[in-house]
Design a protein around this ligand. Structure first.
Ligand code: FES
Length: 183
């Protein structure tokens, strides 16, 4: 057995040197490996379209003047490093005309678990068929027992050229009280 200040015997010293070299080599390789993985995965994370982009969703004339919400599918182009996909469904919205030139938009996805809500004209409310959340026509929670942690997600709308309804479409993660955008 070596004393504290005693130099390790050659065999043991060689083993320690080799172990240290292997450890340093592995540590040095992790950085480039992670960088490479990011490059490979990055194009998948750079999908575009439908995430905060302004999209033409409807013509103003297709919205009832009485303020009853109407559902529209939202289509967007998606681009990754390898392909462009045209007119892919990315969600749905309810548009409501609240004045001649004024429109509101709600994401049709229930904030509880993402089921698609429908508008019950006779009740004047949105209903989620999955777990019975109810929402007012403005999107607020309408029943105290609602499992939805937040109101329907309102989206920015712009009427362009007096006829086109553009929506800044975004999906939000279900199950949270606060809005967390899906990226
Ligand atoms: S998904 Fe809508 S109430 Fe559960």
């Amino acid at each position: 057995m070596n004393e504290p200040n005693q130099t390790p015997e050659p065999g043991r010293r060689g083993f320690l040197v080799k172990s240290a070299a292997v450890g340093l080599g592995a540590a040095a390789g992790i950085g480039p490996a992670l960088a490479g993985l990011r490059v490979i995965l990055d194009p998948l994370r750079r999908e575009s379209g439908g995430s905060g982009a302004s999209l033409l969703v409807a013509r103003l004339g297709s919205l009832p003047a009485d303020g009853v919400p109407r559902r529209f599918q939202v289509l967007a182009d998606r681009v990754d490093a390898w392909n462009t996909y045209k007119n892919i469904p990315v969600g749905a919205v309810y548009l409501r005309r609240t004045a001649d030139n004024k429109v509101t938009a709600l994401n049709a996805s229930c904030p509880h678990a993402g089921c698609s809500v429908s508008f019950a004209g006779d009740k004047g409310q949105f209903i989620c068929p999955c777990h019975d959340s109810l929402f007012t026509v403005e999107g607020g929670i309408a029943n105290a027992s609602s499992p939805s942690p937040r109101a329907l997600d309102a989206l920015d709308v712009e009427v362009r050229n007096e006829t086109e309804v553009w929506v800044k479409f975004r999906n939000y993660q279900p199950g949270h009280k606060e809005q967390i955008p899906v990226t």
